[in-house]
Unconditional design. Structure first.
Length: 271
C-alpha cells in the first residue's frame, strides 16, 4: 500500500506500521479520507485489478487452483466476493480510472488520493515524493494475504566449474540482497529481511517486508500463470466495465477454459 502522509494527517488517520491493517482500520481510513473531500483510494483495471482480485481471493479464504495446480478454483464463492469487492471500491471511489500503464498510481502521484495498491517496483519512484508512505496491503477481506511473485536465477550449463562459480555469485547476491532492496524488491532471504540494517539501507522496503509472510504463491506447475490469468483477466476487466452481469457464470466459463489449458500443459510438459 502506498499512502499520502499529508492527507492521512489531515484526516486524523494514524499512519500504518509494518503489519497489515485490519479491515476495520482500512474502512475507517476510507471514511475519514472521504470526510475531507479527497479520493480515499484509486483502483483501476487491467494489471492492478487482476492482482488485487488474486490477493482478495486469498483474503476471503479461497485459492486460484487446487493444490496440484490441475483444476482452477478462482470461480469459488471467494473469487466472486473478491471481484465484487474490487468493483465496489472502484465504482465508489475511482470509476474513471482504467487502462494499462498504471493510471491508478499516476493519479495517486498528483497528491489528492489517500492510497493505492501496486507492486514494489513503484517504490523507488515514489520514494522521491517525501509525502508518500509505504505499508503492507491491508486486510480488505477476512484475513491477511497478498499476491506475489519472484525473480528466478537459473543455471544454464552442465560445466561443474561454471556451476560452482555461479553458485558462489548467487549466494553472494542472496546474502547481500539488502542492497538490491534499494530498488524496491523485498529480499527473499529471511535473515536479510530481519536484519536491522534493512531499515537504513532500504527504509520503504523495511516497512513492507512483512508482506513476504502473507504472500501465497500459486502451485508450481509449468505455464500455470497464463493458463489462469489469460482466462480470468478478461472477466475482471469486463465485470469492472459493467459488460458482465452474471459474474459467477463468467468465472465458471473462464475456469473451464483454464482447466482445458492446464490439461494441455500436462500433456506438453508432463506432471
Amino acid at each position: 500500500m502506498f499512502y499520502n502522509k499529508d492527507l492521512f494527517e489531515k484526516a486524523g488517520i494514524e499512519p500504518p506500521g509494518t503489519e497489515p491493517w485490519t479491515s476495520e482500520q482500512f474502512n475507517d481510513a476510507l471514511t475519514k479520507l472521504e470526510a475531507i473531500n479527497v479520493t480515499p483510494v484509486s483502483i483501476g483495471t487491467a494489471f492492478q485489478a487482476a492482482t488485487l482480485f488474486q490477493a482478495l481471493i486469498r483474503q476471503y479464504g479461497g485459492a486460484l487452483t487446487d493444490p496440484e495446480g490441475t483444476t482452477a478454483t478462482y470461480n469459488s464463492d471467494a473469487g466472486v466476493k473478491a471481484l465484487e469487492k474490487v468493483k465496489e471500491l472502484r465504482d465508489k471511489y475511482s470509476p474513471d480510472i482504467s487502462g494499462t500503464g498504471d493510471p491508478e498510481v499516476n493519479v495517486f502521484k498528483q497528491g489528492n488520493v489517500g492510497m493505492t495498491f501496486h507492486g514494489p517496483w513503484w517504490i523507488s519512484d515514489l520514494s522521491k515524493l517525501d509525502w508518500v508512505g509505504f505499508a503492507p496491503l491491508p486486510t480488505i477481506g477476512d484475513q491477511p494475504a497478498t499476491w506475489g511473485g519472484s525473480h528466478q536465477l537459473a543455471l544454464t550449463t552442465d560445466d561443474p566449474t561454471t556451476q560452482a562459480a555461479a553458485a558462489v555469485w548467487i549466494k553472494w547476491l542472496s546474502d547481500n540482497s539488502a542492497g538490491w532492496a534499494k530498488a524496491g524488491q523485498v529480499p527473499a532471504r529471511e535473515s536479510v529481511r530481519n536484519d536491522p540494517n534493512l531499515a537504513s539501507e532500504a527504509p520503504p522496503v523495511s516497512m513492507v517486508a512483512a508482506s513476504a509472510d502473507m504472500v501465497q504463491l500459486p502451485t508450481q506447475a509449468a505455464a500455470l500463470e497464463p493458463a489462469l490469468w489469460d482466462q480470468f483477466g478478461p472477466v475482471v476487466d469486463g465485470y469492472l466495465a459493467g459488460d458482465i452481469k452474471d459474474l459467477k457464470a463468467a468465472l465458471d466459463e473462464a475456469a473451464a477454459k483454464s482447466d482445458q489449458v492446464m490439461k494441455e500443459n500436462l500433456d506438453t510438459f508432463g506432471g
